[in-house]
Ligand binder design. Structure first.
Ligand code: UDX
Length: 450
């Protein structure tokens, strides 16, 4: 099939590349000339494992191309994916200006039947707006081409994007007619296995599905973060509690890890947008408001622990003059994405309180520099170097290289063996045995849990 994907960001680039990989002819479009020139030469605007190899191969084999020329991309394609950004506006609602601008461009340039697919995460009702925007342009031209609008939300996770796209748990297609649903089914058929499902529904429900999924997952995380905080106060261990509740098949084990709060480009934005959508319908989504509030507080949980720790010997300004080494800046491992990363809140607070910050991250240093400039010291290579003379190590992102570190080296480098672990990477009992003061999230170090 001939496809164009408008917006070569995370979702657009991954989707376009994977559709090319399954044999389709795909044109990826973006307004950013520099990005397109880079992609033509195999330079990717984002880091995502495995993506570069696929881009290079499919480009070389002629199935994948890049352009800023939206008009000809639309003319040549049956299916036009809209995968541009929907950043949160000032009031938290998703800003649809880019999506609707693309819809108008499609309307201006189509010369035959088209399927317009919303791939961007957009609020319920956006497909109707896309339809109207494209139709208005057709009317202006006096043209009478037919088109359908489909909602096809994307559920991929950063860091595992290729796998998630090629082997999805499910594909959701929101369509208004059977003919278009059949074409979409055919497009996705190479990715469908016995274990996953392609679910066809009406457009509004598909739009809601994406928000409901992300809001549910964010709710699980905030719920577990509060359970963890309560465990600490009650002398219980959240890892045992997670095992205990996860064994109930209605609950399941996934997405129950407490930590420093959720970040990234989706959960924070989508939770905000759904609260806003509810407000617009005069419905007070109290539960989600709390999910968001809990998450904001959780981002500062390591700071609370540091204050408690250092106020023992440092009185009223416990972190002033302290040096804190940080492992992990990105909002999660295997990505350089710093959007809404808990590290931003933690580092800002440390600087505010007069601490010096040294940070290691294998991928996100470049992005972090855009936020903190020269206010902190960075390294992406030796994770131990930044520990020399630091008063404590704080772990914010669970990169693999932090899971089994050289504890002797950590201990010898720090002024005192103190770790604040925001991701529960180590066994509290073992840490105690090897002489560390070890703070983690919601664990009591009992003999039964690790
Ligand atoms: C998420 C959804 O998983 C994906 O389906 C959707 O398409 C986009 O949003 P992503 O943002 O890439 O994907 O990251 P994900 O791995 O889901 O993690 C989101 C955040 O939740 C991270 O900050 C992570 O650290 C945090 N998290 C996740 C927890 O704190 N605890 C958990 O148990 C799981």
């Amino acid at each position: 099939m001939k496809i164009c994907v408008i917006g070569s960001g995370y979702v657009g680039l991954v989707a376009g590349t994977c559709f090319a990989e399954s044999g389709n002819t795909v044109i990826c479009v973006d307004v950013n000339q520099e990005k397109i020139e880079g992609l033509k030469q195999g330079i990717l605007p984002i880091y995502e494992p495995g993506l570069k190899e696929l881009v290079l191969r499919n480009s070389a084999e002629g199935r994948l191309s890049f352009t800023t020329d939206l008009a000809s991309a639309v003319k040549e394609s049956l299916i036009c994916f809209i995968a541009v950004g929907t950043p949160p506006g000032e009031d938290g609602s998703a800003d649809l200006q880019h999506v609707l601008a693309v819809a108008r461009e499609i309307g201006r340039n189509m010369e035959g039947f088209k399927i317009i697919v919303d791939k961007s995460t957009v609020p319920v009702g956006t497909a109707d707006k896309v339809r109207r925007a494209a139709q208005e342009e057709l009317d202006r031209r006096g043209a009478a081409y037919e088109f359908d609008v489909v909602s096809n939300p994307e559920f991929l996770k950063e860091g595992a994007a290729i796998d998630d796209f090629m082997k999805p748990d499910r594909v959701v297609i929101g369509a208004d007619n059977v003919r278009t649903a059949e074409i979409m089914k055919e497009l996705y058929s190479p990715f469908m296995r016995k274990t996953n499902r392609l679910i066809v529904m009406d457009v509004h429900s598909a739009e809601m599905t994406k928000y409901a999924a992300n809001a549910m997952l964010a709710t699980r995380i905030s719920f577990m973060n509060q359970i963890a905080n309560l465990c600490e106060r009650m002398g219980a261990d959240v890892s045992a509690v997670r095992e205990g509740i996860g064994s109930d098949s209605r609950i399941g084990y996934d997405f129950l890890f407490p930590g420093v709060g959720y970040g990234g480009s989706c959960f924070p934005k989508d939770v905000k947008a759904l609260i806003k959508t509810a407000e617009e319908c005069e419905y007070d989504f109290v539960l989600l408001k709390s999910v968001e509030e809990v998450n904001e507080r959780q981002k500062a949980i390591l700071i609370d622990k540091m204050i408690a720790h250092f106020s023992r010997d440092n009185g009223a300004s416990p972190l002033a003059g302290k040096t804190i080494a940080i492992w992990g800046l990105s909002f999660k491992p295997r990505t350089d994405d710093m959007r809404e990363a808990p590290s931003i809140v933690i580092i800002s607070k440390l600087l505010e309180m007069g601490a010096t910050v040294l940070a290691h991250d294998p991928e996100a240093v470049k992005e972090a520099k855009k936020i903190f400039g020269d206010r902190i010291t960075y390294t992406s290579t030796n994770q131990y170097e930044i520990l020399k003379g630091a008063d404590a190590l704080a772990i914010i992102t669970e990169w693999n290289e932090y899971r089994n570190p050289d504890f002797e080296r950590i201990s010898a480098s720090l002024t005192a063996p103190v770790i604040f672990d925001g991701r529960n990477l180590y066994n509290p009992r073992r840490m105690k045995e090897i002489g560390f003061t070890y703070h983690s999230i919601g664990r009591n170090g009992s003999a039964f849990t690790g």
